[in-house]
Design a protein around this ligand. Structure first.
Ligand code: NAD
Length: 353
């Protein structure tokens, strides 16, 4: 059931409707007889269905995964995993659940199987963001990469329409920034373009018919390509802005990415129009930022940071934080430039360049 590939980062990756039913064969390949299943409180039903399917090979479920991987939750989960003598972890969910799985694996060495239910792409990266006492730090460690990914389109079909769109644009953001990454290669550019095309072609069908499993699988292939490329190259201004808005103003992850993306890409397109041409080639139109803006409107994405609860008074501080630690970006990052970009994203205006 489902095509199996070995990813360029060494993961076993499979795509196919109903693939979650094959979990036992994956656990047996990992010699696991006591898998701990992880989910958020909102996805307990999915976790319980999986636990029932796994039967004797399941050592239990831990359903308290939460956004930004708080260390206290991880410590509780590690204690739970040790108390039931778990010998693997299975994450069924989005970036929050997969983040918990990676954090457990970092501390225990347990192998992971990821069953993603959003497009965020964490399952394909060696990156782990963790929060301790309100401060989020990010590390990269090959040991936190899940050994197996099972992309089952039946599971992502239950993602609510608004989250489908914002999560897809979160994935598109990884590909867009990979196109101009300083450490890009021909291989990473090809992956980014594949990811962009998969969403350009698959997302409109998914929005029209959320249960179209063929289109859902196409978008999951896009999520895999976008996630993999995120793990292979460095990101720039767009991810820095979203990290600032999420970390310091507590804005929701996928929605923030969806709103900021056209503006950040329009900003950088001034310096690297040729590198960003695949964005407009995939989505239509001549300017990459404008193309993303029109795609976001057509997909019904949120457009204004003010609608996420950010106050206009916060824009100066957000600009300051974004400029605090210098980082590489294809266009120089100026206070005026970032402030104007944020103003447009806050108000829901079209990108200005
Ligand atoms: P999420 O995992 O926080 O999920 C959001 C909500 O949607 C949760 O309540 C979840 O239970 C629910 N949900 C998920 N899939 C569902 C489905 N199919 N049906 C119904 N409900 C569903 O959201 P996310 O955007 O996937 O992940 C965000 C987190 O992942 C952030 O903390 C972000 O920093 C992290 N992330 C990490 C990486 C990385 O490489 N380390 C990459 C991307 C995102």
């Amino acid at each position: 059931m489902g095509l199996s590939i070995t990813s360029i980062n060494g993961q076993k990756v499979r795509f196919g409707a109903g693939l979650r039913n094959d979990i036992c064969s994956e656990l047996s390949e990992l010699s696991s007889t006591k898998a701990l299943i992880l989910s958020t409180p909102q996805q307990v039903d999915m976790a319980m269905e999986l636990a029932t399917m796994i039967g004797d090979r399941a050592s239990g479920v831990f359903t308290r995964a939460t956004m930004h991987t708080p260390v206290d939750v991880t410590e509780e989960a590690v204690e739970h995993a040790q108390s039931v003598q778990a010998d693997s972890v299975v994450a069924i969910g989005g970036g929050s659940t997969i983040g918990l799985s990676k954090a457990i694996s970092l501390r225990t060495g347990l192998p992971q199987v990821a069953i993603p239910t959003t497009y965020a792409g964490s399952e394909a990266t060696p990156i782990l963001g963790q929060t301790d006492k309100g401060i989020k730090t990010t590390l990269t460690d090959a040991n936190v990469l899940p050994r197996v990914i099972l992309y089952d389109p039946e599971l992502v079909a239950s993602l609510p329409p608004s989250m489908t769109v914002t999560s897809a644009l979160n994935a598109v953001a990884h590909a867009a920034e990979a196109l101009y990454a300083k450490d890009r290669t021909e291989e990473t550019t090809a992956l980014a373009i594949n990811g962009l095309k998969a969403f350009a072609e698959g997302l409109p069908t998914v929005v029209e018919n959320p249960n179209d499993l063929k289109a859902r699988e196409e978008t999951q292939r896009g999520a895999w390509a976008c996630g993999t490329v995120l793990g292979l190259v460095g990101m720039a201004l767009h991810h820095k802005l979203c990290h600032t808005l999420g970390g310091s103003f507590n804005l929701p992850h996928a929605e923030t990415h969806a709103i900021v993306l056209p503006h950040a890409i329009a900003y950088n397109a001034v310096s690297v129009p040729d590198l960003l041409a695949p964005v407009s080639d995939s989505l239509g139109g001549s300017k990459p930022g404008q193309a993303l803006w029109e795609f976001a409107i057509a997909m019904g994405a949120p457009l204004a940071l003010k609608d996420l609860g950010l106050s206009e008074d916060d824009l100066d501080r957000a600009t300051e934080i974004t400029l605090k630690n210098p980082y590489w970006n294809p266009r120089s990052v100026t206070a005026d430039g970032v402030r104007a970009l944020l103003q447009n994203a806050w108000a829901g205006n079209a990108p200005s360049v």
